[in-house]
Design a protein around this ligand. Structure first.
Ligand SMILES: *Cc1c(COP(=O)(O)O)cnc(C)c1O
Length: 430
């Protein structure tokens, strides 16, 4: 019989460079490979399994609902979808509405479409022509500004939105209508806003290039610029949202109530591993080109967007249970406390090989020194060289850029498990 890795070599399209590990089962923050070796899972997928693996209440909710009703299509109403939408609106804390889908990239597609429709159908506050001429309300704004180093998914529009060249390579022509600007640089962002600009999409905490939070001043400046220029502020909270930072909304950990977006996308941690995405749109009055007014939350009206699998009773029941558990077990507070504890513990190792530890709650990364690979004689990037060592010693971690290692453990992680992970890290540092 072929080994699992042989099956992949022969039959699975090789889009991923995989670690030489075949995982078979999981429980809490632990997983086991085919040979029965145990690993502490500090990736939790990639920030997906917010309650760890096989949480008994999640398994119960999933099996109960699977026996009752799995799928209906969105031609009908189902209770779990209505309740999940209500829950997501409440945790943002502002009136709005939610669309349910299946992944992060798909949630972001909804945001791009929202921005395009907003640009097509509302009046631009910026005059297109020189002073004296009539304002050209007929022109359609379409450009979405995103940031260098950002990640927004792997669809054609997703790679256009993503501020990293490596995801675009080989896929020309790139979908038009996106432009990248430096992160945390308000003056440069201000200069980049043009007559075609309609929205700004940002991760409040950039995940894929090493866990880099926006500064409070930047968040506030971006909101102000959006107000001044009639742009939508859209947050990609696919990685940073729903508890990971110690708040339901990652941006609130950075800037409390000072900043409210017009739209937010979620996915990863929303249903503890059941595939799901969602986006929220703020209930806010907008002025249409024909002079009428409506709510931004109703702009994507009947026929404008859809998805076969989004918001099934099964997925929504699981997400509702996951979000209830986070609330009942006080896991937002746990994410804050354990994040601070883990960050301090890594810093206390005082390793000359660790350049910096960054983190917001349980979204954290430590950056290896630039010449780490040369110093240990490993040809891989510092993040990959480090992760290989951690894996050998039973700790799963996730790379972030070429130099950082991410820890994204379940939100119910304990002090004892963090101690264990830090001990493994200590043991593999040269
Ligand atoms: C993972 C991620 C995505 C893409 O989500 P998929 O479910 O893989 O499509 C988009 N944005 C951010 C910030 C992410 O972390």
């Amino acid at each position: 019989m072929e080994s699992t890795q042989q099956l992949f070599d022969q039959y699975v399209i090789p889009t991923y460079g995989r670690f030489p590990l075949t995982l078979e089962r999981g429980e809490g923050c632990r997983v086991w490979d085919e040979a029965g070796k145990e690993y502490l899972d500090f990736g939790a997928g990639i920030a997906v399994c917010s309650l760890g693996h096989s949480h008994p209440r999640v398994v119960d909710a999933m099996t109960r609902q699977a026996r009752k009703l799995t799928h209906t299509s969105n031609l009908y109403y189902t209770r779990p979808q209505g309740e999940l939408a209500q829950r997501l609106v409440r945790l943002v804390g502002h009136a709005g509405k939610v669309f349910l889908c299946n992944s992060g990239a798909e949630a972001n597609e909804g945001l791009y479409k929202l921005a395009r429709k907003f640009g097509n159908e509302t009046r631009s506050p910026l005059p297109r022509h020189a002073a004296g001429e009539e304002l050209d309300y007929a022109s359609n704004r379409f450009e979405i500004l995103t940031f260098d180093g950002s990640f927004h998914g792997r669809t054609l529009a997703g790679i256009a939105a993503t501020g990293q060249e490596k995801v675009k390579k080989g896929f020309d022509p790139i979908t038009p209508g996106f432009r990248h600007v430096p992160f945390n640089d308000a003056p440069e962002l201000f200069r980049s806003i043009g007559p075609d600009t309609v929205a700004i999409l940002m991760e409040p905490i950039q995940g894929e290039i090493g866990v880099r939070p926006a500064t409070v001043q930047f968040l506030k400046a971006v909101r102000q610029m959006c107000d001044d220029h009639g742009l939508l502020l859209m947050f990609d909270e696919i990685q940073s949202g729903l508890g990971r930072t110690g708040d339901w909304c990652g941006w609130k950990t950075l800037a409390d109530e000072g900043v409210t977006p017009d739209a937010v996308s979620w996915a990863k941690g929303i249903a503890d591993g059941y595939p799901m995405g969602a986006f929220w749109v703020r209930d806010r009055e907008i002025a249409m080109k024909d002079g009428s007014k409506m709510s931004l939350a109703n702009l994507l009206g009947p026929g404008s967007h859809g998805t076969t699998f989004g918001g099934t009773p099964l997925g929504c029941t699981v997400a509702n249970e996951v979000l209830s558990i986070i609330e009942e077990e006080n896991l937002l507070a746990n994410a804050r406390e354990m994040g601070a504890y883990a960050k301090a513990a890594i810093e206390n190792l005082r390793s000359p090989f660790i350049k910096e530890v960054r983190g917001v709650g349980l979204m954290m990364a430590f950056e290896m020194v630039a010449d780490f690979s040369e110093r240990i004689g490993d040809s891989r990037t510092p993040s990959m060289a480090m992760i290989a060592r951690l894996h050998e010693n039973g700790l799963l971690s996730v790379p972030s850029g070429t130099h950082s290692v991410r820890w994204l453990p379940p939100l119910n992680i304990t002090r004892a498990d963090i101690d264990r992970a830090v001990e493994i890290l200590r043991s593999v540092l040269p």
